[in-house]
Design a binder for this molecule. Structure first.
Ligand SMILES: [Fe+2]
Length: 543
């Protein structure tokens, strides 16, 4: 174990501010920086192919700005810049998070024919009213051109989760300023708005969600990442989604390791699923919570036909729908049974509820082997804050652990804290020291449980009061799976687990380390986590 502090970090907030940082609603909006002035930007799409034209929308208090574009891979490589572009302040509708900003186009440029697939960070700079620079960042993805890509990885960025957690404009799939009281989360999230602060880049000392504190007895739950977000002016959800916290860490690690890797978005899975068929290995990373039915069809078909899917990600929970050619993501979530029109239609399977809800009836297990509602929280708040930080390993002889030296019962990723903050699991039973699925939750035939840790869905303690997580998600899960949150149903759902699993399906194969935090092992250069990652990629690339 690393030497951890025995107190929560102090970011200089008063107790009231600390409370607001967690329980309050704060977000990015035009005008938020007051007299200094601002510059904001977004593009018309999440991803482009080489040769495509990008439309950039900018609103700024300054009348001219500079733009720089750099590919954010193994190294940051500048590909394009332009100075003295004309800008102006553009009106933004109150419900821009839902409807989109609707700004007039500011500038167009073409993606170079030779720009490699990857993430491109855009830096917009102008002069504030006080003469100091004002800056903002945007990011889009350049996807690969079609054609067989032997030996290359296709990384699908978790853009469904990015959209769901984007706090810019006031509403996302968690909190919001929608509804008559302006206090509801948005069931419709627009892609036509800037990304929130902290999704594109973060300072190295930005806390991740799992807490790095050795908690003394009787410590009450706190959530340092939200306190840091409030103290430093970052999005409340910076540690929950985005390129900087998740996908970027994997992509950059893979390139530095010498892997040939291309990048696409979940929109490609939905609108152009044939992209997968060019690859032997597809990778999914981080906090990967929101998928459409069509995206799952794409992966299922890919694996059936011989593709290999490696998922180093957690929280496969919600079905979404896309509208307006992908410019809006629909997810009614907790309000689906009350408000989602699809739930009242003849075919309820596309209801934007959890995959395991009976009206949807397509548990995550049939794609990636694990279910979100059988797992969930670990390592933060009052949900297992003193638990394992990595995966206890049960089948060290498995090919995934080759050249690690791991023994039965060792904990993979303990130092680097790869286990949490949301994990995916499966009901299991133990026999002679080995876990086996019980059959509940539709596990795939022949699935092997390689690693396994505990998870919790409720902040429950006989002596310490609950914090922000409390029991809301447990109540929802009990209602979704069992109709009502009776004490019996709550007891069934409140304990979960997170797993590493492996199974074959059709002509293909799936490896799934069901944790959001796998990338922490790559970020913190944990030799065993890196080795397991390479073992999976090398096998799936046929090396
Ligand atoms: Fe989540």
């Amino acid at each position: 174990m690393p030497h951890l502090p025995t107190e929560y970090p102090d970011f200089g907030l008063t107790p009231e501010q600390r409370r607001h940082a967690v329980y309050g609603h704060y977000y990015e909006y035009p005008g938020m920086d007051g007299e200094r002035g601002e510059i904001w930007g977004y593009t018309d799409r999440f991803s482009y192919a080489p040769g495509d034209v990008v439309t950039l929308f900018v609103s700024s208090t300054a009348d001219r700005f500079d733009m720089e574009l750099a590919r954010d891979g193994a190294e940051l490589v500048k590909v394009f810049e332009k100075s003295g572009l004309a800008s102006r302040w553009q009106d933004t509708p109150d419900q821009c998070s839902v409807e989109g900003c609707g700004w007039q186009p500011t500038f167009e440029f073409a993606i170079g024919a030779d720009w490699p697939s990857g993430a491109y960070r855009m830096t917009l700079t102008a002069e504030g009213r006080d003469g100091q620079p004002i800056v903002s960042h945007h990011l889009f993805i350049v996807r690969p051109l079609a054609g067989k890509k032997t030996g290359r990885i296709l990384h699908i960025a978790a853009t469904g989760s990015w959209t769901a957690y984007n706090t810019w404009g006031g509403s996302n799939h968690y909190q919001g300023i929608t509804g008559p009281e302006r206090n509801q989360f948005a069931t419709r999230a627009s892609t036509q708005r800037p990304w929130c602060r902290g999704f594109i880049m973060l300072p190295e000392d930005a806390p991740r969600v799992p807490i790095e504190v050795n908690l003394p007895p009787m410590t009450e739950p706190r959530y340092p990442h939200m306190e840091w977000a409030f103290a430093t002016g970052h999005s409340k959800k910076y540690a929950s989604a985005g390129w900087a916290s998740y996908d970027g860490l994997f992509f950059k690690w893979a390139e530095r390791q010498g892997y040939a890797i291309d990048l696409a978005t979940q929109h490609e899975l939905h609108f152009a699923p044939e992209i997968l068929q060019d690859y032997d290995c597809a990778v999914f990373v981080g906090h990967d919570e929101y998928w459409t039915w069509e995206m799952r069809d794409a992966v299922d078909d890919f694996v059936e036909r011989g593709g290999r899917a490696a998922r180093f990600a957690g929280n496969f929970l919600w079905q979404t729908r896309l509208e307006d050619e992908g410019r809006a993501q629909i997810c009614y979530k907790y309000r689906a049974r009350a408000e989602d029109p699809v739930y009242r239609g003849a075919d309820t399977s596309r209801t934007s509820n959890a995959w395991e809800a009976p009206e949807v009836g397509r548990p995550g297990t049939s794609t990636f082997g694990l279910n979100a509602m059988a797992g969930v929280y670990a390592g933060w708040g009052g949900c297992i804050p003193r638990g394992v930080r990595g995966f206890p390993i049960y089948r060290p002889e498995h090919w995934a652990f080759r050249n690690t030296g791991l023994y039965y019962g060792d904990v993979l990723g303990q130092e680097s804290h790869i286990y949490g903050y949301e994990v995916d699991g499966l009901d299991f039973t133990m026999k002679r020291g080995l876990p086996y699925p019980t059959g509940e939750g539709n596990p795939p035939e022949g699935i092997q449980i390689l690693g396994l840790g505990m998870a919790s869905l409720v902040e429950e303690n006989a002596d310490v009061p609950p914090g922000w997580l409390n029991d809301e998600d447990a109540v929802f899960t009990a209602e979704t799976l069992y109709g009502e949150a009776t004490p019996e149903a709550m007891d069934k759902v409140k304990r979960g687990n997170g797993m590493i699993v492996n199974f074959s399906k059709g002509k293909g194969e799936v490896f799934h380390a069901g944790t959001c935090e796998w990338v922490a092992g790559l970020l913190r250069k944990d030799a065993m986590v890196e080795q397991v990652t390479r073992n999976v990629l090398d096998r799936y690339l046929g090396r």
